[in-house]
Design a protein around this ligand. Structure first.
Ligand code: ADP
Length: 480
């Protein structure tokens, strides 16, 4: 397992701030020590990336695409070992980690394909003798800051289009989960990426980010994390007019209309809510169910939820692993307590499951009926396995409640009529919507939000466009 940073073309364990301990959330045991980098390491990485940028940008597109395709293949070939790293550092069930590995590989194949289809375009200028041409250029050195909940995929969806576009990439993974990032960097180098093209640093997030963003040579930041940190970074980016993509917090609504296929909706609720124990930014947080079926929905979700296997992620058949750390558990407990205090009815769960010799971080799948928008779980992202259900009287009310949140990342609509579900979906103020579909994410489709959930898109052609600038040439030819 790689535990060193990749800086200026070399693997190094030098960290001016000492070391960071990486712990397995399922056991609390330290599984690795990685460098705590600060300003000096961040600057070495940036100097090297900036120097190398023109060379990578000048590398033929087919050659860049070949590196990405080889990376996709090698990520898949190493699915088992990568999945184990993900589970060890972030706690999710091994089967989910394996899906994350595949999802990450898809970003590399998608970026390879998209860069090869990004062509110059002519513009009809309607000016005799002048031809308008629009082309794309790499945006320049890019920085990526990623969270712990998808330690491989969140990096892959930034690194793949950046490298495809011809950008040198600086990356800072989350303190909790740097090991997946190092493993990905190893694969990229093995697949022929010039080492100076990618720099992966663990360390002091604030210092590293400030060093990169206030320098003037980083031209683009792609950030996935909390809205609070996103705001802070946007302020820093304002100084040097650094272009940003911000994938921030979510607070997805899960709407179940009167004529929904309840079985499908229940299955969808479990699938979308309990992935990574509820710790994904597109997990539904507010279940808005038509009053005629709300109690049946709650009861059926609770019965299905009770069957889920709660265990350390490495254990065979595990469906719900531990929460990332003790503070996460406290937040979930606080949300549950608040909902019950305000009149919510506990249908199942509501507490942690005690597993001998394990930390107290295994939260039971929880269903709370009779919820309303005054509750904490309706105003803040819970990031845990809690399904709060509010009865609504109409699709109109569901849409109003859904859109009353300042967040707008994902949404879900379950219902029997294609025309109605599509119309409801289109009225939701969010960027990604599943209609009778609980897993809308796809590396070839655009992912991103509106309002407090940020802006910019990742995935497919849209993800690539975030890493290029548009250059327009008005060409008057003097040759006969
Ligand atoms: P989460 O609640 O998911 O941990 P954060 O926004 O705190 O969300 O973290 C997401 C990423 O942002 C991590 O890589 C973290 O190290 C980084 N981060 C946190 N605070 C800052 C900061 N002040 N400046 C730059 N990066 C930060």
């Amino acid at each position: 397992m790689q535990t060193r940073n990749l800086i200026a073309g070399r693997w190094t364990n030098i960290g001016s701030g000492g070391a960071i301990e990486v712990a397995d959330p399922a056991s609390g045991e330290v599984i690795a020590r990685v460098p705590m980098c600060g300003a000096s390491e961040a600057l070495s990485a940036l100097n090297c990336a900036f120097e190398f940028q023109p060379e990578w940008e000048a590398t033929p597109i087919t050659q860049r695409a070949d590196v990405l395709r080889a990376t996709a293949a090698m990520v898949v070939a190493r699915k088992d070992s990568l999945a184990r790293i993900i589970t060890q550092e972030c706690g999710k069930p091994l089967a989910e980690a394996a899906s994350e590995v595949q999802y990450s590989a898809d970003y590399f194949s998608s970026a390879a394909q998209e860069i090869q289809s990004l062509n110059e375009m002519d513009v009809a200028l309607e000016r005799p003798g002048v031809r308008g041409v629009v082309r794309h250029r790499a945006v320049g050195v890019c920085a990526a800051i990623t969270p712990w909940n998808f330690p491989l995929a969140m990096l892959a969806r930034k690194v793949a289009p950046a490298l495809a576009a011809g950008c040198a990439q600086l990356a800072k993974p989350a303190e909790e989960t740097p090991l997946s990032a190092f493993a990905l960097a190893e694969i990229l180098l093995e697949c022929g990426l010039p080492p100076k093209c990618l720099h992966v640093l663990s360390g002091d997030a604030k210092v590293i980010a400030t060093t990169w963003l206030m320098d003037g040579r980083v031209r683009k930041l792609s950030f996935t994390g909390s809205t609070e940190t996103g705001r802070l970074l946007l302020r820093q980016c304002a100084q040097e007019i650094v272009r940003c993509s911000m994938e921030l917090g979510g607070h997805a609504a899960f709407i179940v209309l009167q004529d929904a296929d309840i079985e499908l909706a229940v299955k969808g609720a479990l699938q979308s809510k309990f992935r990574n124990a509820g710790q994904t930014c597109i997990c539904p947080n507010r279940f808005l169910v038509h009053e005629s079926i709300a109690s049946e929905f709650a009861a059926r979700v609770a019965i299905a939820a009770a069957q889920l296997k709660i265990a350390p992620g490495m254990e065979s058949g595990c469906q719900i692993g531990p929460l990332i750390h003790d503070e996460a558990v406290e937040k979930v407990r606080a949300h549950v307590a608040d909902a019950l205090k305000r009149g919510g009815q506990l249908v199942c769960g509501g507490r942690t499951k005690i597993i001998p010799n394990r930390p107290d971080r295994f939260f039971e799948p929880t269903v709370i009926a009779n919820c309303d928008p005054s509750m904490l779980c309706f105003t803040q992202e819970t990031f845990g396995p809690v399904i709060p259900i509010m009865s609504v009287t109409s699709a109109k009310e569901a849409i109003e409640v859904a859109n009353s949140s300042p967040f707008g990342l994902a949404g879900y609509v379950f219902g029997g009529s294609d025309a109605v579900t599509r119309s409801v979906a289109q009225q939701l103020q969010c960027g990604v919507i599943g209609v009778n579909e609980a897993a809308p994410s796809n590396a070839r489709a655009p992912f991103g939000g509106v309002k407090f959930s940020g802006y910019g898109r990742e995935g497919g052609a849209w993800g690539l466009m975030e890493y290029v600038t548009t250059q327009y040439l008005a060409l008057r030819s003097l040759e006969k």
